[in-house]
Ligand binder design. Sequence first.
Ligand code: ATP
Length: 262
Amino acid sequence: MTSPATNRSFVRLSGVGHRYDPDPQVPPAVTAIDLDIRRHEFVAVVGPSGCGKSTLLRMISGLLTPSEGEVSVFGKQVDGPRDDIGIVFQKPTLLPWLTVRKNVLFPLKHKFGRYSQQDEKRADDLLAMAGLASFAGKMPDELSGGMQQRVGIVRALLLNPDILLMDEPFSALDAMTREQIGFDLLKIWEDNPKTVLFITHSIAEAVLLADRVLVMSKRPGTILEVLDVDLPRPRTSHTISEPRFGQLTERLRKHIYEPEAA
Ligand SMILES: Nc1ncnc2c1ncn2[C@@H]1O[C@H](COP(=O)(O)OP(=O)(O)OP(=O)(O)O)[C@@H](O)[C@H]1O
């Protein structure tokens, strides 16, 4: 039975776990995850490689069925891929033979076989919001890596999903582009509120972007710590030089590298 959703629990995970290998000698990838995510909350997930971050994201997306527990979105159990969830991966995988605008519209074309003038306008509005207005008619290989990733984010937003799941979306980018695109994402999120789950290997990125940061343990992955990020918004490049930013990243570092001492 799924408990009723409140504003505090837009996405709810109750006792969620997954094992890829049915052999009971092999530990599950993820186990005993209890989590409530509020509507329009920005939650980041950090943890060692292989701790099950992507597995967690795939269970929320409905692409993977948990082998224990239950995931629900707004009080309804997730039992398959949902239309109200947008996903952004590490690489945007744009179709090289389509313009930027057509790439953004591609999910609609794929799903319904067509799109309307209104959809084209929405694509152009979102591209403008992402600073890509003059690139709508260009081909993907005319764009930098950071621009291509922004196109991937715009494409995920086109169907106006309630939830945006992001799996290490900026890890292929250089440090400067990565910081800038983080601020671009925050601007898009502030103008267009979504519930965001954002996986990253960067502690600083997690603190800079999120309302809360989940720290996962090594396999079997479970939640070790939930850190509230009490930094004011809007976050800017000045946020990084605030003492509180340093305290929070330090605390997360301790949890990840010396979990016993934290
Ligand atoms: N399809 C699969 N079949 C079998 N095992 C898998 C499968 N996908 C992931 N695993 C295993 O489950 C564990 C968790 O993987 P997952 O990709 O979720 O971790 P992650 O924290 O996202 O890793 P990384 O930070 O390296 O991307 C790992 O031990 C991985 O080898």
